[in-house]
Design a protein around this ligand. Structure first.
Ligand code: BJ8
Length: 431
């Protein structure tokens, strides 16, 4: 099939989804340019990145078409916005879960039509993508799954639920025994909802398979991140971020397979001492709010300012894949308990207290041999902004240089960020 024919097919598909084709075409024009600038300009990229390049190049085509195929066979698609939502339950009901967080400024004005301007860009972009009908994933999802993490999201679910079915999971915001029990109850209720919506029963065997599937994805990501712990870096931070972002919407089994294939190549690189950066390049860890696709701004700035991003303590990073779900439980009830235990290990700033996150950052800084940390906060996210006080204090006490940054999805602060990041890296070089 020729390229024009493929694109023509997608237009038909987007039209059937009720999308605003004219506006969506504008997005299709700017994305390849942005991707080319950040990604294709990198040198010495592993060949295994070809798959991920392809997935991004066809982001609104190939995967949406697969989801629609699944729907044609009677399957359901659930759209999620938070790493607390257990995908295992969805896959166990023969449905598909796909991440929906918006990471582009393109969708923000649409969100601002209904949300206060001082809402975080992730929420505004997510609402805008749905209401403006400019993202196929937002059109395809039969049901959205929200959670009670931050205030902005809680209110956004109410707005979105006027347009699409939304199930909201009530996430406790402390981590006492009774909170874990409450989360297990919430997961059980979610299972009931998913069963009712799909018409499929979640049996212990099916849930075991779902748990294994998502654990396999987690292990592949952990393997990729472990490779970034090497002194000689086999893969750039930009590429690792892209893989983390794709993990949210790609087919989990294929994603794990392709990530493992890339890791085989990276193993060889490590053996042969191949690095994507010069020896002595300062190793930076990012911590903070998630970087939803296609938000590559900060990684790009760091890696074109003489630094290398070696780890992300973020939901598009370690918070997504660290800790496996115990696969030894045999009844649905026990499996749900195992899910609750695993998910409550994630340290999001919506919890109080959230000391576990500080411990994680200190541990990751050691494991990834980090020279400096950038604490990045999406504008108007008061949770992570406030928690930055503890993060930055703990890093100072541990003698790890830290730079606090607040940004959004626009490019208007790129120059200023570049100046600050360059000065930070120069300071690390001179230390
Ligand atoms: S577990 S970080 S994915 S809630 S939307 S909190 S940036 S104001 S995304 Fe998140 Fe789950 Fe926590 Fe992770 Fe702030 Fe914006 Fe809220 Fe956000």
């Amino acid at each position: 099939m020729k390229k024009e024919e493929i694109m023509a097919d997608y237009h038909e598909m987007w039209k059937d989804l009720g999308m605003d084709l004219e506006t969506h075409d504008q997005l299709c024009e700017v994305l390849p340019q942005a991707f080319g600038d950040v990604y294709l300009s990198q040198e010495n990229r592993p060949e295994g990145m070809d798959y991920f390049n392809f997935v991004v190049a066809e982001i609104h085509g190939v995967r949406p078409a697969e989801l629609i195929e699944h729907q044609k066979k009677g399957g359901k698609v659930f759209g999620t916005f938070c790493v607390y939502v257990p995908d295992e339950i969805v896959f166990a009901a023969d449905a598909i879960a796909t991440g929906l967080c918006g990471g582009s400024q393109f969708w923000v004005p649409g969100g601002e039509k209904v949300l206060p301007t001082n809402t975080c860009p992730l929420i505004k972009a997510s609402v805008g993508a749905r209401l403006d009908r400019t993202c196929p994933f937002f059109r395809i999802a039969d049901m959205y799954v929200g959670e009670t993490t931050c205030d902005g999201k809680k209110k956004a679910w109410e707005i979105l639920s006027e347009d699409v079915p939304v199930h909201v999971m009530n996430l406790p915001q402390m981590k006492r025994g009774k909170d874990i029990a409450a989360w297990a109850e919430e997961i059980a209720e979610f299972k009931d909802k998913v069963e009712e919506f799909t018409g499929n029963t979640v049996t212990a065997d099916k849930l075991a398979a779902g748990i294994q599937l998502i654990n396999t994805k987690r292990k592949a990501l952990q393997r990729l991140y472990d490779l970034r712990k090497n002194e000689r870096l086999p893969v750039s931070g930009c590429d690792a971020l892209l893989i983390s972002q794709i993990a949210f919407y790609d087919d989990p089994a294929r994603f794990a397979e392709m990530t493992n294939k890339l890791c085989d190549e990276l193993d060889e690189r490590v053996k042969n001492g191949v690095s994507v950066v010069k020896d002595g390049t300062k190793r930076i860890m990012l911590t903070g709010t998630p970087l939803a696709i296609p938000n590559w701004k900060l990684h790009n700035i760091v890696e074109t300012s003489g630094g290398a991003v070696v780890c992300e303590e973020m939901c598009t990073g370690t918070r997504y894949f660290e800790h496996l779900v115990d696969e030894s439980r045999t009844t649905v009830e026990e499996q749900i308990q195992a899910l609750a235990e695993r998910y409550m290990n994630i340290n999001c700033a919506c919890f109080t207290p959230n000391e576990g996150r500080i411990d994680d950052i200190l541990r990751l800084a050691r494991e990834y041999k980090v020279d400096g940390i950038i604490d990045v906060n999406l504008k108007f996210c008061s949770l992570y902004d406030t928690e930055g006080y503890f993060v930055e204090r703990a890093m100072k006490e541990a003698g790890i240089p830290v730079l606090g940054i607040e940004t959004d999805y626009t490019d208007s602060d790129a120059q200023q960020l570049r100046t600050r990041v360059s000065a930070f890296i120069e300071m690390l070089n001179n230390a």
